[in-house]
Design a protein around this ligand. Sequence first.
Ligand SMILES: [Zn+2]
Length: 321
Amino acid sequence: MSTIGWVERCLVAARRASVLSGTAQGTSESSKWRMTGRALARGVASALLPPVCCLCGARGQAPDFDLCDVCTTFLPVLDSVDGAPGSMASVGDCTLVRNLFLFKYEFPVDQFIRALKFRGERVFARVLGTLMARAHCDLGWELPAVIVPMPLHAARYRQRGFNQAHEIARFAARTLNARAHRVSVDPGLLVRTHATREQSGLSLEERRKNVRGAFEVVRAVPQGRIALVDDVVTTGSTAMAAAHALSAAGAREIELWAVARVLLAGRSAVDPGVHDVQAVVGENEVRAAAAADLVDLVIEAEEGCRVARSHVHGFGKREPE
Ligand SMILES: [Zn+2]
């Protein structure tokens, strides 16, 4: 076997294992070094080797899309009941908001997002950003003037070292611009002025009100449509809070792009009908006003412990070690 063939087989095995295992990841210094090493190795490999499907190991799609044609057809696309692209809302006086939510937060998309978010595997930013750009092109919507990633709070950014929404946005813009468009990414336009984690324990309405003031636009909003990009939406309250901030700063057309939307046991995540649910996350018991809020909390907590979904009014059942 040639050296390139051997390296390619190792790369495939590593990708498949990383996607499918969903192993717990700590935040120790040693794990950060391992993450950096893996990310570096994949960066070099992806520059030298053809794309490889991150699910089945078959050849990916040229020039650099790491999913094969077959696996792409099995992604959990949102249907119209769950919030397929296109629904609209108004924010502020006259800002129009239109959503582009791609998938249900289910396998394998949930694993893609976790691998990116908690293990720093940028290959999944490329996969998800490319899918996002393709979906936008397929809809034939007018392109945005600028893409704005959903910002992390400064403390969370320091902890993680990158913003997963920014990574996805970069690859979405790169895919759009490969088709001769000119779309820029502006990660500094919008900042998160306080950590939304502090909202735990608040009622749904209190949470919305609190999040509404969590964002600030720090410079002039550019003319034209703005695409606000996030990895996962649950209630949508965070995204709408960010849209409110952009609207107040003068934005008149906003699209909300999200890779996945969390759905609960067949009901919409924005349905506040399940109240006062709780779960055990690591050493802590968390409580939320609605199941959808609990999902937010559990997703946040996954950075520190291994959590699996439960089908009982929300999430939070801890897997055996
Ligand atoms: Zn495949």
